[in-house]
Design a protein around this ligand. Structure first.
Ligand SMILES: [Zn+2]
Length: 276
């Protein structure tokens, strides 16, 4: 039975929904992540080209047979977590990119050093206002800059109905050797709830520097940010590559399995919810 095979591959448990297990397997087959029986992470150009609809198509059954032959398993824990200079953990590929970005931004006269507001967030942590149950923080792919950093000046950028932030980082060296002279720009003063002129001086466009590689992105403020500071999210950056379709698929990659998610109170619709 293909359900037994999906059990072997790590996608079906007795009492589970076979169609849902098949859909998860098909979705995973369309991605590049595999683990081997011996627990090694393997990146493979996907072979399966069928739909991810939970039906046992001949192509899907062939793919199951191929995984068994290749010794592939669900990529549970494909990525390890890695420490960011004792300031929290991120998924290893995300951590490596962030650590590589640090000296580049320091060379520009800016800083993205810790302590951070948040990095990898545990599953069971109380969800604070504005935080999502499906947060990329739980998946180890988001980092919150230090909100107390006195050099950060977030400026509002309106795109249609959305508010985004551009962080101007005031350079330590104000001789003109670092950054650019910024005039006529306003930042948002959260204490006074209004825009205010950016103090004259030399700044680095931190948002541009962080987003330059295309690997990290900012997110828009949530509705009500004017009243609820936590909803502004001006400090939040997240990893762009290979966003998975569901929260569960993201969690799988860092070693959080379905049983653990259900134990933490996630329902099936939660598991199938897009991450972020
Ligand atoms: Zn965040």
């Amino acid at each position: 039975m293909w359900t037994d095979d999906l059990g072997t591959l790590g996608y079906f448990a007795r009492g589970g929904d076979p169609a849902r297990a098949m859909m998860r397997f098909e979705r995973r087959a369309l991605s590049s992540y595999r683990k081997t029986v011996s627990g090694e992470s393997v990146w493979e150009t996907p072979v399966y080209a069928g739909p991810a609809d939970g039906l046992a198509h001949p192509e899907a059954l062939e793919e199951i047979a191929r995984w068994l032959k290749m010794g592939y398993r669900a990529p549970l824990g494909y990525f390890a977590l890695a420490e960011i200079e004792n300031c929290g953990r991120l998924r290893q590929d995300v951590a490596a990119a962030w650590l590589a970005l640090m000296p580049k931004i320091e060379a520009l006269g800016g800083s993205i050093g810790g302590p951070y507001g948040d990095t990898k967030r545990p599953l069971m942590k109380t969800i604070s206002p504005g935080a999502s149950r499906f947060s990329f923080h739980i998946c180890g792919r988001a980092i919150d800059l230090n909100q107390a950093h006195r050099s950060y000046f977030p400026a509002r950028e309106t795109q249609g109905a959305r508010t985004l932030w551009r962080i101007w980082c005031r350079c330590l060296d104000q001789s003109g050797a670092q950054g650019s002279r910024i005039d006529g720009v306003e930042y948002y003063n959260f204490a006074e709830h209004c825009d205010a002129p950016l103090p004259a001086g030399y700044y680095v466009d931190l948002t541009a520097a962080i987003e330059e590689s295309g690997l990290f992105e900012r997110i828009p403020a949530q509705n009500g940010w004017q009243r609820e500071y936590q909803a502004s999210e001006w400090w939040h950056f997240q990893w762009v590559p290979e966003k998975q379709k569901t929260f569960q698929d993201e969690c799988e990659l860092i070693g959080i399995g379905e049983a653990e998610l259900r134990k933490a109170g996630y329902s099936e619709p939660d598991l199938d919810h897009p991450p972020g």
